[in-house]
Design a protein around this ligand. Sequence first.
Ligand code: UT7
Length: 328
Amino acid sequence: MTKITAAITSVQGYVPERVLSNADLEKMVDTNDEWITSRTGIKERRMAAPGEALSDFGAKIIEGICKKRGISPLEIDLVVVGSITGDYRFPSASNVMCDKAGCHNAWGFDLGAACSGFLYALDVGRVYVENGTYNKVIVIGADVMSSIINYEDRATCIIFGDGGGGVLLEPNEEGLGIIDTILKADGSGRQFLLQEVGGSKEPLTKDNIDERRHFVYQDGQPVFKNAVRNMADVAAEIMEKNQLTSEDVNWLVPHQANLRIIDATANRMGLDKERVMVNIQKFGNTTAGTIPLCLWEWENQLNKGDNLILASFGGGFTWGAVYLKWAY
Ligand code: UT7
C-alpha cells in the first residue's frame, strides 16, 4: 500500500498595515535604532488595528488559502491554531475563525506552545492527514502580540509584532510533504518567558494589573542561551536522523526571534545565508506567526521536491524541527 504523507498544498500570510518602526519606539522607551538593529536584526514590526483580533487574522488567512487552492471553506475538515493570543480565554480562536471564514463543516481548537505553536500545530495536522482521518486540514500560526506587550518595557516591546499565516495540509502519495518531526519541551524554563498573571494560578486583580504583571515578561539572556543551543541542536538532529548533509537542504525556515539565533542555527547546519529565510527586519517576532509568514513570502521561490527544515524555540520552553519536502 502507498504511504500517505501530509503535504502543504497552499500557503497564506497576513500582517496588519500599521507599522511600528524603531524610530517610533525611540519616542516611547529608552532605546535606539542602533541597539535594536545590532542586537536583534529588527527594523520594524506590524501592529493590529484597534479592535482587530486574532480571528480576523485567521479568517483572512483561511480565505486566502481556500482561494489559492480553488476550494470552498465548506471542504475544510479541521482548523488547528497555534497561538497564545486568541480573542477570548474561551471559546477558541479556531471556533471564531471558522465562523467568520465560513468553514461550517470544520471543527478545531487552539494549541498554545508560544513560538513553537506553528510547528506543534503542524504535527497535529500531519497525524490526522497521514492516518486518513481527514483530507483537508488548515494549520495556522499567528499572534496579536501587541495585545499582551507592555509598551513601557524596552526588554520586550522592541522584539514582538503582530501577524501570522497558515497552510493547507492534504494527503500526498508521491513521498512529498512532512517527512519527519522532532518536538521538545522543558517547562522548567517557564520562569524566563511568561505572562505571569491572568491564568488560574493568579487571576487578574486591580493590583497585579497596576503592577503590569499581566503583560509578557522576558529575561532575555537565559532565553537567548537556551534558544541558540536548542534550536541549533534540534535542526542538526533532524538532519542527522534523515541522513541530510548541508548540500541536501534547500531552505532553513527558522523562527524569527533574533537574527543572532538564526545565524547560529544556520552555521551549525552548514548553510549559507542564501538558503535561510529571514524577514525579522520587517515583522519582528510574531511568536507562532513567524514560520508560516516566511513560507508565504518565499512561496514563489520554492520548487517541488525542495528539502525544507523548519525550526523554532520559544516560551515554555518549547522547541522543535520539521523536515518536509515541498509539494508544488
Ligand atoms: O521568541 C521567543 C524566544 N525569545 C527569544 O529567543 C529572545 C532571546 N533573547 C534575546 O533575543 C536577547 O536576549 C534580547 C534581544 C532580548 C536582549 O539582548 P541582549 O544582548 O541579551 O541584551 P541584555 O538583556 O543582556 O542587555 C544588554 C544591555 C543592558 O545594559 P547594561 O546592563 O549592559 O548597561 C540592558 O539594560 O542593553 C540594555 N538594554 C537595552 N538598551 C537599549 C536592554 N534592552 C534595551 C533596549 N534598548 N531595548
